[in-house]
Ligand binder design. Structure first.
Ligand code: PGA
Length: 260
């Protein structure tokens, strides 16, 4: 099993002071633990420098990630932030295609593909989200929905670009609802996604690609989810806002690696 990866997506939460406290609490809690599990924090952009200041230090316990970027290069796009700006601040990762961006901001697979490309061009690793709505699962078309999202957003990439991408499977009905996919449901979809990658890019690429689970992952269910052979870690929303919960999820990643 590969070491796990745990990503905290703070969404639009926290004041400046609370953000600072949370970053320091996580840094201090992880400092002496020497964990194999990799950690990425994605705070709101206005707090990014708090994070990159620490992330650049030698004993940093996490990498800096953004929650979004523009699909455009520099120019007259009021209110937007470019991939190039993220890179210039030391941001190494960026979430793309989150279901909230798809729902509230019209981010479709074409825009996701454009964002992925511009991020890779700037050496920022995209964390690309996919996942079906509740009605799509009820209709039994969840696999087709995810296949379309992945193939339209990612399968135009050449292998040397695809190998730098992280995927997050987040069933929309599980995000922020307290209703988690069962470990079996998560494993089934992750294995399906890995199979798609294998068909397109080969076995080694499929094995190496990180596929995270997101959707009401918490300290209680993290071990069971992370134990699944195709679940390489988690994209954590609500539970990443409390240092204790988030660190417990990171430790769940560690427990699973030690036991395997
Ligand atoms: P949640 O959010 O953990 O609060 O369900 C996950 C996400 O949206 O990335």
């Amino acid at each position: 099993m590969k070491p796990k990866l745990v990503v905290g997506n703070w969404k639009m939460n926290k004041s400046f002071d609370d953000a600072q406290d949370l970053i320091l609490d996580i840094q201090n809690a992880l400092k002496d633990k020497r964990l194999q599990t990799e950690v990425i924090l994605c705070p709101p952009l206005v707090y990014m420098e708090l994070l990159t200041d620490i992330a650049e230090e030698e004993d940093s316990q996490f990498y800096a990630g953004a929650q979004n970027c523009s699909e455009h290069g520099a120019g007259a796009y009021t209110g937007e932030v470019s991939a190039e700006m993220l890179a210039s601040m030391g941001v190494e990762f960026c979430i793309v295609g989150h279901s909230e961006r798809r729902k509230y901001f019209g981010e479709d697979n074409t825009i996701v593909a454009q964002k992925v490309k511009i991020l890779l061009d700037n050496d920022v690793v995209p964390i690309v989200c996919c996942g079906e709505l509740l009605e799509e699962r009820q209709q039994g078309i969840h696999a087709q929905v995810v296949e379309k999202q992945i193939s339209e957003a990612l399968f135009g990439l050449k292998p040397s670009d695809f190998e730098r991408v992280i995927i997050a499977y987040e069933p929309v009905w599980a995000i922020g609802t307290g209703e988690t996919a069962t470990p079996a449901q998560a494993q089934e979809m992750h294995a399906f996604i890995r199979g798609l990658i294998e068909k397109k890019y080969g076995t080694e690429m499929a094995y190496n690609t990180y596929i995270l689970y997101g959707g009401s992952c918490n300290p209680k269910n993290a071990v069971d989810l992370f134990m699944q052979s195709d679940v390489d870690g988690g994209l954590i929303g609500g539970a990443s806002l409390k240092a204790n919960d988030f660190v417990a999820i990171i430790e769940a990643g560690e427990t699973v690696i030690k036991d395997n």
